[in-house]
Design a binder for this molecule. Sequence first.
Ligand code: NQM
Length: 377
Amino acid sequence: RARTAGSQTAVPALVMRGGTSRGLFLDARTLPADAAARDAVLLAAMGSPDPRQIDGLGGAHPLTSKVGIVAPGSGDVDVEWTFAQLQPDSDVVDTTPNCGNMLAAVLPFAIETGLLVPDGETTTARVLTRNTGAVADITVSTPRGPDGARYVEYAGDARIDGVPGTAAPVRIAFLDTAGSVAGSLLPTGSVRDTVAVPVLGDVEVTLIDNGQPLVIVRADRLGARGDETPAEIDADAGLRDRVERLRLVCGRVMGLGDVTAKNYPKMTLVSAPRAGGSIATRSLIPRVAHQSIGVLAAVTVATACVLPGSVAHEVAVVPDGAHEVTVSVEHPSGEFSVSLALDAGDPPAVVGSALLRTARLLMAGEVLVPRAVWDPT
Ligand code: NQM
């Protein structure tokens, strides 16, 4: 329960790293039920809008301006959560997209807070992302401590690129992610579209959503090499302008309307692999460069890699596989391996995906917001 602490309201909260993201996790039952009142609490907690988020917990980047709101599940869902994307310099709280990185911390949060009781050396639970209806089976390590009670093990030898060191594995298996936000896997019905973009002319793209709505475009078509650092991309106003022009047109073509103020579609610049992987990527999410790549963005790019005719397929080097294929998506801090389950069709359709993340509890306590923002008494 939230409580009054002088001039402030104290809300129980954990700060967690999920994959290559970091954010605040809260129990839905401790927050205002009304969405506008809840959003005001989240903005105050994270310190948005302010480019430095100096009066809150946000880390002044979209990847560290995230909130997870967790609740008990129902039916065959064990835990459900809502992902909220905040931005350092905007007052919008966006609960439309998915976030597979923050998802990696949801089961640890549920166990830490007693929402779910671990039931073996590992604990597997079905987690629903309410934003899009995506369901995933997630497995975390839950050994017994000296007192006999099971706990979430964070230490281990799993390594994911973009996070220093090693940690215990969090295994995520997505059941059905196609059309999460754009309604279907290929919202235009085509694996490849040619869109007319002001100033740029005709641009070939693959518009696809297997968990994250993406515009996939060849890096060289936008005047990039495809191996730029995130800092180089962020410093290149011309490139970012071309990317944004393309995004605005593709948002409409994908049926997403005017995406000027939206956090999607995300933009993926692809080129041939450089480091033995399947494809090289540079992501903009959507206006600043990602330090690595989003989880469901990686699933979506990997899916495009196995679709003949797509812009990704034409530059990708994908291993053969009848029922399963592992696509190694190169990104600015390494690679991200996505294992795709394929059906027997010709060409085969992607029917599931599995991948490895890690997560860690960083701080446990209460986050304080002014009572002027929320006073539960
Ligand atoms: O695509 C960043 C991230 C993400 C989203 C973004 C994500 C996903 O890396 O599932 O994880 O695309 O804004 O956390």
